[in-house]
Design a protein around this ligand. Structure first.
Ligand code: FES
Length: 145
């Protein structure tokens, strides 16, 4: 696994996501209130693009008419939660772990390690900046894939 610089931190503000290509793989990087997570863009059901999915909180129920809404995300006004719903058939995945909610023991989206690195460190490697200039004064999102 190599480390790839995919964006400046400022390019993925809290509550947003970015689709990036790493070694031929489409990877979505999410910013959940300042924490970064990277998932494969391909839904394990039939290949829908998770980048185009709806971000929501978690709805759980233990019976008819009784439900709980949790994990709404850090940015209340955007109503963006920590769950990504595939746009094709609605399967939902935990952005923090890639775990599915329809079959949590068997189905998950591949997750990649993400770190934030100062531009100063990037000149030392072993990073690969693929499509944009890196400057020492900025921080960058680095995906291991
Ligand atoms: S392709 Fe994602 S739910 Fe069917």
């Amino acid at each position: 696994m190599a480390k790839h610089v995919v964006a400046a931190v400022a390019d993925i503000p809290p509550g947003t996501r970015r689709l990036t290509q790493v070694n031929g793989r489409a990877i979505v990087v999410f910013n959940l209130g300042g924490e970064f997570f990277a998932l494969n863009n391909r839904c394990p059901h039939r290949g829908g693009s998770l980048f185009h999915g709806k971000q929501t909180g978690l709805v759980e129920s233990d019976g008819p008419g009784n439900y709980r809404y949790s994990r709404p995300g850090e940015i209340e006004y955007t109503k963006l939660g920590e769950i990504i719903r595939c746009p094709w058939h609605g399967w939902e995945f935990d952005i923090r772990t890639g775990q599915s909610w329809c079959d949590p023991k068997r189905v998950r989206v591949r997750q990649y390690a993400v770190s934030i690195e100062p531009g100063e460190a990037l000149v030392q490697g072993p990073y690969v900046a693929e499509s944009f200039p890196v400057s020492v004064e900025n921080d960058y999102v680095v995906v291991e894939a």
